[in-house]
Design a protein around this ligand. Sequence first.
Ligand SMILES: *[C@@H]1O[C@H](CO)[C@@H](O)[C@H](O)[C@H]1NC(C)=O
Ligand SMILES: *[C@@H]1O[C@H](CO)[C@@H](O)[C@H](O)[C@H]1NC(C)=O
Ligand SMILES: *[C@@H]1O[C@H](CO)[C@@H](O)[C@H](O)[C@H]1NC(C)=O
Ligand SMILES: [Mg+2]
Length: 575
Amino acid sequence: MKRLNRSFNDQPHESVSLDRENNPVSNMVSEARWGLNPMRFMGFVFVCLMVLTVVFSASVILRDLPFDSRLRILAEARLFDVIPPNARVSEDGSHRPVMLQKDKLLGGLLPSGFDERSCLSRHESVLYHKELRQKPSSYLISRLRNYEALHKRCGPHTELYNRSVELFKSGQYRGSADCNYLVWISYSGLGNRILTLASAFLYALLTNRVLLVDPGVNMPDLFCEPFPDVSWLLPPDFPIFSKFSTFDQKSPHCYGYMVKNDIVGNSSGSIVPPFIYLHLAHDYDDQDKLFFCDEDQSFLQKIPWLVMRTDNYFVPFLFLIPSFEQELNNLFPEKETIFHFLSRYLFHPTNSVWGLVMRYYQAYLAQADEKLGIQIRVFDTGVGPFKYFLDQIFTCTMKENLLPRINRGEPIINPSGKQKTIAVLITSLSPGYFEEFRNMYWEHPTVTGEIVGVYQPSQEKHQQTEKLMHDRKALAEMYLLSLTDKLVTSAWSTFGYVAHGLGGLKPWILYKPENKTAHNPPCVRAASLEPCFHAPPYYDCKKKTGTDTSKIVPHVRHCEDVSWGLKLFGHNGEL
Ligand SMILES: *[C@@H]1O[C@H](CO)[C@@H](O)[C@H](O)[C@H]1NC(C)=O
Ligand SMILES: *[C@@H]1O[C@H](CO)[C@@H](O)[C@H](O)[C@H]1NC(C)=O
Ligand SMILES: *[C@@H]1O[C@H](CO)[C@@H](O)[C@H](O)[C@H]1NC(C)=O
Ligand SMILES: [Mg+2]
């Protein structure tokens, strides 16, 4: 399914990077917004007076116009409306202190001191997202600040990093090192990479390691730096950098391999291997899975460099490792907001991606009274659309009252009062589902008179992991979905997990169709915001036997969409 034909016309980098760094018009806008130059300030006052005059005249004119023309003029006037939709009007009715009023640092989740213009999404996204589902715990906040300090002390090109790399090269690690590291290998599709990077960060936080990110082909193009002062990107001159792609279960440094060949037991002397490769991808075996056992964790703790490859959100299983349990409970008293917090903390789209998000949002979504996201991902072969899945989506959105019914009998419905508008944002590799929905709401009125607009940003036909513009658009689409009010996602899809987790939205999950037949029931409301761990171990480390790991603690249970997967649930997450 991956990297098939290149039906999508990938444009060269320069012609598409209309982000605000390179765009003179928006540069002016952002400078006007941030600059304190007196000339600019006078200009600003002048513009304000003009706007006031226009608004006053408009209100006088509008009073005397018929309703329809009033609506049209107001719609056009919205072009000048620069107040983001979620911005609150202050007590005195003015919109001015919008940026100051909203909590730019998300209740202390984000560190201060970043240059805002180099990464606009970091502080602007708060204006578009719903508020955080809960407040982050003060303990989580203090651990994040400690982590940032550690990262600054041990991160790339610091003295301690240089010393650690020298020791790595010499292979002469003895006793405890000053800084320990976790290297995350860039692997798999974008949705998976976001989930695994969040998992790796939490593991690093729990084990006091410094997280370093293999840039892969495009990670730095997609995400801003999350930690102040020192980069999270692994420098390319790191000794084994070029070997990452060759690491697998048969590598002599692979933990599972070492266990199988009894190398681990022999290394209990004073000299430890400088690094171990952790193979935690979906095809990992019983020995690789020992990573999730306490005994093995206490051994791994001695290894200065751990290098991890995974395509799974393994956070739920960290709760089943007794030595991490208390710390995790302190960090996250509420279990279902872990990815929500971690994703808001770590993943800030770069200006080129943020431009894609904002332009689309302003053009198609901002004005709607209600926004519904529908994320469509079919794992059957072929591009689609598939009639059975289309039927399933229709049935779900009607049954759950997510979209209004249409009236096939009448050409026009005259509602009383203002017509509510609903914007439906569809993401899919195929354009077919979008066309069906759009035509339906064009050809027929809704029973209740709502106006439904249907939009789909991209139609890339095939998942093209690691192509630059494809990934930028994929990230922009996940982000746009996270800005909707209600969300329908597809079972098994990591793209959907990221969208609802970022947004703090409990989605309606479309069951995976089996045997080319619509699933009945069509969808289920998620009971938890957390992503699903698709390939968890079924092993009891103490008893050394297989066991149903969904039965060990009440907050780790099977997922709604993957019956063998594991997922975290909150106190109120009824099944
Ligand atoms: C660490 O090494 C790099 C070269 O690899 C060098 O540019 C940098 O200045 C060094 N850092 C310190 C603090 O010495
Ligand atoms: C580890 O120890 C076993 C015996 O205890 C030995 O057979 C094996 O060769 C050793 N492996 C290494 C890599 O030293
Ligand atoms: C799939 O459909 C075929 C015929 O349509 C049927 O024979 C088969 O049992 C079905 N399989 C499942 C798993 O439902
Ligand atoms: Mg994926």
